[in-house]
Design a binder for this molecule. Structure first.
Ligand SMILES: [Zn+2]
Ligand SMILES: [Zn+2]
Length: 470
């Protein structure tokens, strides 16, 4: 039995694991590489996986760096089922359709550029047509309900505390001779006490695993205290609302948007900020937020209580969903205190760019950056304090106040990652199972490896293409 790694090796994106026994082949996640110059090339190079011989795919959660290459399986001859939790099965179409549209837009833009240089057009990585057959293959597995996904491969999902529907996986393997092995995949782990989302629940059972695959995004540090962050958030809101000004918040559609809505609700319910209208100005953000509301039973105890008292888990008065471009444009004409949450999270596309163009030059407006901003994005230039930025070819002077809030995260910090690993600590005298560290850059994963070594484990840091025989 063997596990091979084809992504998220010394990096955060592109998660892909191939699990093989002598009778079955299952893929765990098939994510897009993102954020690097050569990401597109890497996404186009199919790893050595014979899709026609794959029996199934198991998905940890709906983020595009875990599911974004699934549409490629179609043309490659995949005929099996794709298993995920019920909420993830609902999130995946939203995410993949958006990804397909982005791929097409990028290809169109690059083709125009190529045409000017006398070069051939660029084909999109995939199109919305490639997404449909993938969606048709989805099958749900509830948390904590083991299910055989291929001959001799049984999967149990447990809460990973990251985003709606996210799961860790306990995978029981049995080959044709009856030999058994257990592999645990952390998936992406969330921080404890995250808004709306339950804390992770490591998949421990009587059988100790032979291999643990653990993410290490923040293996080298802890996040800033969430309560301090929320307090700071409240202060910024209070000031802006007192001044009757707009607060623009670029946010990822899934996860960050909903946790911000939760905190806004909490702050206004407890009277820490006055009432004001909040707009979710992103078609994807609106769909995702409605899914959080639909799947309120999978959320944490606090959200369930709110749902019972309020009729919905976010319990936010004056929450408005904007779906059409016209509704979005109308906000330009509206004045007074309001919060606008729009995508994209790094201001490199989406409706937030229009809002920034219309508002950055205004002195009273606040821009609140509550997520990671990659090099080269408009969001990063704002964080770095640019006094002028280019938007749609136009130079805009930045007079708005830009605030950066560092403490919101959907990822476990080092302490929480160690707590998750601690659940697998063997009884005295017993050796640690194999531990493979992935989904983190080399700095964080080395730092985390050092911590695990202090606990007695001997983790290894695989490169792309690495294989583990069990
Ligand atoms: Zn994730
Ligand atoms: Zn991830």
């Amino acid at each position: 039995m063997r596990i091979s790694l084809y992504g998220a090796a010394g990096e955060v994106t592109g998660s892909t694991y191939l699990v093989e026994t002598d009778r079955s082949r299952v893929l765990v996640d098939f994510g897009l590489h993102q954020g690097d110059r050569d990401s597109d090339d890497r996404n186009r190079r199919m790893p050595p996986i014979d899709a026609a011989k794959l029996d199934a795919v198991v998905v940890t959660h709906g983020h595009i760096d875990h599911i974004g290459r699934l549409p490629l399986l179609n043309d490659a001859g995949f005929k099996g089922s794709i298993f995920a939790t019920p909420a993830t099965c609902k999130l995946m179409p939203i995410m993949l359709e958006d990804s397909a549209n982005l791929q097409e837009n990028d290809a169109r833009r690059d083709s125009v550029r190529n045409a000017r240089q006398g070069k051939p057009p660029v084909q999109p990585l995939y199109s919305p047509e490639d997404v449909k057959p993938i969606i048709a293959r989805l099958q749900t597995i509830e948390l904590n309900k083991p299910r055989e996904v291929a001959k001799g491969i049984t999967v149990r999902f447990t809460e990973s505390g990251h985003i709606l529907g996210s799961a860790s996986i306990e995978m029981m393997l049995q080959d044709s001779t009856g030999e058994e092995r257990v592999v645990v995949f952390s998936g992406d782990l969330g921080p404890k006490n995250q808004a709306l989302i339950r804390d992770f629940d490591p998949p421990t059972s009587e059988v100790s695993p032979d291999l643990i695959v653990c993410e290490t995004t923040y293996g080298d540090r802890d996040h800033r205290d969430i309560n301090q962050t929320v307090e700071e958030f409240a202060g910024i809101l209070r000031e802006a609302l007192w001044d009757k000004e707009k607060v623009l918040i670029p946010a990822f559609a899934i996860g960050r948007t909903q946790s911000l809505l939760y905190y806004i609700g909490e702050l206004s319910r407890t009277g820490r900020v006055p009432a004001f209208p909040t707009y979710v100005d992103s078609p994807m953000g609106v769909k995702a937020t409605k899914l959080y509301q639909e799947f309120w039973r999978t959320l944490d105890a606090e959200a369930q209580k709110l749902h019972r008292e309020c009729g919905e888990a976010l319990c936010l008065d004056r929450l408005n969903f904007l779906e059409t471009g016209d509704q979005s444009r109308q906000l330009n004409e509206q004045h007074g205190a309001m919060v606008i949450i729009a995508g994209s999270g790094m201001c490199n596309g989406g409706r937030i760019v229009h809002h920034l163009r219309h508002n950055l030059y205004k002195r009273g407006v606040r821009v609140l950056i509550a997520g990671y901003q990659a090099q080269g994005t408009l969001g990063r230039r704002l964080v770095d304090g640019a006094d002028r930025v280019r938007i749609f070819g136009e130079e805009i002077v930045v007079r708005a106040k830009v605030h950066t809030l560092g403490g919101f995260s959907a990822h476990a910090g080092q302490t929480d990652l160690l707590t998750w690993m601690q659940a697998f600590k063997p009884k005295a005298g017993k050796p640690w199972p194999k531990v493979m560290l992935t989904h983190g850059e080399d700095g964080p994963r080395r730092a985390f490896a050092t911590k695990l070594e202090q606990m007695g484990a001997r983790p290894f840091l695989p490169a792309w293409g690495a294989r583990v025989e069990l």
